[in-house]
Design a protein around this ligand. Sequence first.
Ligand code: SF4
Length: 246
Amino acid sequence: MKNDVVASDDSALLNAWIRAADVAMKNDVVASDDESELVMISALEHYSYCPRQCALIHVEQTFDENIYTLKGQMSHERVDQATTRNEDDKRVERGLPLWSRRLGLTGRADVVEFHENVPYPVEYKLGKRREWAYEAIQLCAQALCLEEMLGQTVPQGAIYYCSSRVRREVTFDTHLRATVEQVTEQVRTQLKNCLIPPAVNDSRCNKCSLVESCLPSIVAKPERWQSYHSQLFTLEGVSDGAIEEG
Ligand code: SF4
């Protein structure tokens, strides 16, 4: 059966579980745990890319649209809608809510495939295939949530690159799992203390959607920032603190 909406007993069970997950997300987890301590899975990717980007988005609530964010939204449109289907004899969940009580993580998976009932998360990304570590961290965090929610080991997943239409398979080894736990704690500390780190001001800034809000080349150099700051409060016609007489 290909591309048919699942109508088996299995799907009924899974749908019940997804409804329970949604309820847990809205009520149980958020109500019983300290909401301020929860970390969005997406924040791990932002932090691993640039800690300042994470702070601007999750502390300052800054969001600038550019060509990359618009393309990203388009690539996620299909996977943001929660659906359960059978595709190529695999059960495929889209927009699945995720959480981990142990790590205090919450989020949503683009796609979770079930390979002979073993969950296999797939994260959709813009652009061509590459080996960026921060994408693997986000995917592994999804896997750790699925393991806790389903009580099953999740050994692998994949990142799907929309432009080249290829997958990069990621194995969730011990080192990657430890990195996820470490980054989660770093993000939690950053959010709790509202820390805004300095700008990295390197090649990462070229493709960062927040470059116009962040102004990395200015804030990374205090002397430039101070010069702009002093000019901002200098009135025309004012010299050495005295107003020139007309
Ligand atoms: S512009 Fe550069 S320093 Fe600023 S948030 Fe983006 S990557 Fe980080």
